[in-house]
Design a protein around this ligand. Structure first.
Ligand SMILES: [Zn+2]
Length: 273
């Protein structure tokens, strides 16, 4: 009995992943480069604990191997490196598809007509449920510049800790007002920037086509950030960890709020705001 209990304890606490395997996967993620040896060690230990608590399963014939598990753990643990792994305790399951997965959507327009469509997603975080990911968009070699679907979905989980996907994570009362104010100002500013960029796209270019990327690339964040406050927080967090200089330059106030919340400054002490 004691043996079984001890085993359970070990499993929950988790053993740190094999250093060589971990290092070789971590080397693929350039955005870890600014971390010092102690922080990398902390991240590796946390990855072991994360993997011991989470159940990562494949869908559509996909079988997650150690590289898949470590790639997810590294990106999921980075935002909470100086917070607490307990932030992710509300769910256990992570489902991985080989590539983007189709999700049926239903929308009711102003006339009350129901429109059914199918959306191809790279990730989804369900309130109280699993995080669903596309491996193609999660692997280090599949990441688009400044984007990590894993960080995005797990930041949604942090946002949801207080029950609301509103771009406001649980914060001490004294800091909540400031966050709300800066979030609103930053969100409005980005919306205006997006409108400006969209007005510059010639009529001959379809704004939904890759040809329009030339214009959207001028923005500091992916246009998806303009969807709502929750998406703004998740997208800005991706940029915070992957391309911190771009966020600090465009939205210094929100960068500072994120640095305080995550207790990290990816720009490094000297260069930080
Ligand atoms: Zn999202």
């Amino acid at each position: 009995m004691i043996g079984a209990m001890f085993q359970r304890l070990i499993r929950r606490r988790g053993s740190a992943p094999d250093p060589d395997a971990w290092r070789s996967v971590a080397a693929g993620f350039e955005f870890l480069d600014h971390l010092g040896a102690a922080e990398l060690d902390r991240l590796r230990t946390m990855c072991g604990q994360f993997l011991a608590r989470k159940q990562i399963s494949g869908a559509a014939g996909f079988e997650p191997d150690e590289t898949v598990r470590l790639s997810i753990a590294i990106q999921a643990c980075l935002p909470i490196l100086h917070l607490d792994l307990a932030a992710y305790d509300g769910f256990v399951e992570i489902v991985v598809y080989p590539a983007r997965f189709l999700v049926p959507r239903e929308q009711v327009d102003e006339a009350g007509v129901v429109h059914q469509s199918v959306e191809a997603l790279s990730g989804e975080a369900m309130d109280g449920g699993p995080v669903v990911l596309s491996w193609e968009d999660t692997a280090a070699e599949g990441l688009d510049a400044g984007m990590s679907v894993v960080i995005h979905e797990f930041v949604h989980k942090l946002d949801l800790l207080d029950g609301l996907a509103d771009g406001i994570p649980p914060l001490p009362r004294a800091r909540r007002g400031r966050w709300r104010e800066v979030l609103e100002r930053s969100y409005q500013w980005f919306g205006a920037e997006l409108d400006e960029v969209e007005s510059l796209i010639p009529d001959t270019v379809d704004p939904e086509s890759p040809a329009a990327d030339h214009w959207y690339r001028q923005l500091p964040l992916d246009p998806y950030a303009a969807t709502d406050h929750a998406e703004f927080f998740a997208v800005a967090a991706e940029t915070f960890f992957l391309e911190p200089a771009i966020l600090a330059d465009a939205l210094p106030e929100f960068y500072r709020e994120l640095a305080l919340f995550f207790r990290q400054n990816p720009l490094g002490g000297a260069k930080g705001p």
